[in-house]
Ligand binder design. Structure first.
Ligand code: TRP
Length: 329
C-alpha cells in the first residue's frame, strides 16, 4: 500500500512562480509514489477578511492551476476544504486537546496579528488547529510545506500524540514535515534576500502564473542583479543565484550548464534568454488553465469527485474519533 501525502494552499491570491517551484512542482514529484491529497484551504482563507465573490473565484482559479500544472485527479485527490465538513468538526474536538499557550507561541499567529491588527479574530488564533485537522483526518506520512509551516506540523504531531496517549491506541499516524528541496526557495526579484511573496508590496517582486509575455519580460528586465557582471551562482551573488535557480527549475537545465551557456555574456543577454524560457514555459500552462476556467461544468465534476473521495476518508476518521471521545452513537 502506498503511503499518504497531504498538502494545501490558500485560495487567497494569484499563484506566482515561487508557489509553483516551492510547492506544486514538489507535489508533482510525489504524486506517483504517494496517495496524495491536495487541498484548497478556503476555511483558512477566511481568517482574514475576503470578498465573497472573489474568494469563490479564487478557489476555482486555484483548482484550475492545480490541474493545469499536472495534478492528476485520477491519481490524486484534489478537493476544496469547505466541501468536507469533517475538517471543521475535527477542529472542534482538537480545540479541546490544544492549550492556549501552544497557540500563543505560534510565530505565524504573532506575525499575522500584527499585519491584521484590526481583525485578530478567534479563527486566526485557531488556524493551526484547523490545519492539524486537515492533516490528521487523512493519516498522511508526509506533509510537504514551506519552512514557515514547520511549527504547525509539530503542533499536529503533538495533538496526535496526545490523543493517541489519552485513548491508548493508534488513532493517528504521526505526520512528518517535508521541507522544500535545496534550491526550491524562490526569492523576490526586487529583493533576493526575502522570499517571493504576493504581499511584498511591489509587483516587481514576483511573476504570476497568469502574467502575460510582455509583463514577464518587463519583470525579468527589472529584476535586481549583483554588483559585478558575471552570470554565476554563489553565496556572494544572491540575485543571480535566485534568477539561475528559477531559470534552472523551469527548464531542467542545471545551473552549471546555464553558467557555461552565458559565460562571457552580460546580464542583458542572460535576462533575454531567461525571459524567453519563462514565456515558453508559461504558454502551455496558461492554455491548459484557460481550458479548465472556460469549462465550469468539468471543473465542478473534478471538484465533486475529489470532495467525495476526501469525504469518504475523513468521515471514517471523524467517526473513529467520535467513538473514543464519547460522541455519536
Ligand atoms: N497553512 C498552510 C500555508 O499557509 C496551508 C495549509 C492549510 C496546509 N492546511 C494545510 C498545508 C495542511 C499543509 C497541510 O501554507
Amino acid at each position: 500500500m502506498k503511503q499518504r501525502l497531504f498538502s494545501g494552499i490558500q485560495p487567497s491570491g494569484e499563484l506566482h512562480i515561487g508557489n509553483y517551484i516551492g510547492a506544486i512542482k514538489q507535489w508533482l514529484g510525489f504524486q506517483e509514489s504517494y496517495e496524495s491529497f491536495f487541498c484548497i484551504v478556503d476555511l483558512h482563507a477566511i481568517t482574514v477578511r475576503q470578498d465573497p465573490a472573489k474568494l469563490r473565484e479564487q478557489t476555482r482559479k486555484l483548482a484550475s492551476w492545480y490541474l493545469a500544472c499536472g495534478i492528476d485527479p485520477e491519481k490524486s485527490t484534489m478537493f476544496v476544504q469547505s466541501d468536507v465538513p469533517a475538517h471543521a468538526q475535527m477542529t472542534w474536538v482538537f480545540n479541546t486537546f490544544t492549550q492556549m499557550g501552544e497557540l500563543q507561541r505560534m510565530t505565524q499567529y504573532k506575525d499575522k496579528s500584527k499585519q491584521h491588527a484590526e481583525n485578530i479574530n478567534v479563527g486566526l488564533f485557531d488556524y493551526p488547529v484547523l490545519m492539524a485537522a486537515d492533516i490528521l483526518l487523512y493519516d498522511p506520512e508526509i506533509v510537504p510545506v514551506g519552512e514557515d509551516q514547520k511549527q504547525h506540523i509539530e503542533l499536529a504531531r503533538d495533538i496526535a500524540t496526545r490523543m493517541n496517549n489519552a485513548y491508548g491506541r493508534e488513532l493517528f499516524v504521526l505526520p512528518k514535515y517535508v521541507g522544500q528541496k535545496e534550491g526550491a526557495r524562490v526569492m523576490g526579484l526586487d529583493n533576493p534576500e526575502k522570499k517571493m511573496s504576493k504581499s511584498a508590496g511591489s509587483e516587481w517582486n514576483y511573476i504570476l502564473l497568469s502574467d502575460t509575455a510582455d509583463v514577464v519580460a518587463k519583470k525579468i528586465k527589472r529584476a535586481v542583479t549583483d554588483t559585478d557582471t558575471v552570470v554565476r551562482a554563489g553565496d556572494d551573488k544572491p540575485a543571480l543565484t535566485n534568477l539561475l535557480t528559477i531559470y534552472s527549475m523551469l527548464t531542467g537545465t542545471s545551473i552549471a550548464d546555464l553558467e557555461k551557456q552565458y559565460a562571457g555574456k552580460g546580464y542583458g543577454d542572460f535576462k533575454t534568454g531567461m525571459a524567453e524560457a519563462m514565456i515558453a514555459w508559461l504558454a502551455p500552462l496558461q492554455e491548459k488553465y484557460a481550458i479548465y476556467m472556460n469549462d465550469p461544468a468539468e471543473l465542478d465534476r473534478a471538484l465533486s469527485r475529489g470532495a467525495q473521495k476526501a469525504n469518504a476518508v475523513a468521515q471514517q476518521k471523524l467517526h473513529n474519533v467520535y467513538q473514543v471521545v464519547g460522541l455519536g452513537r
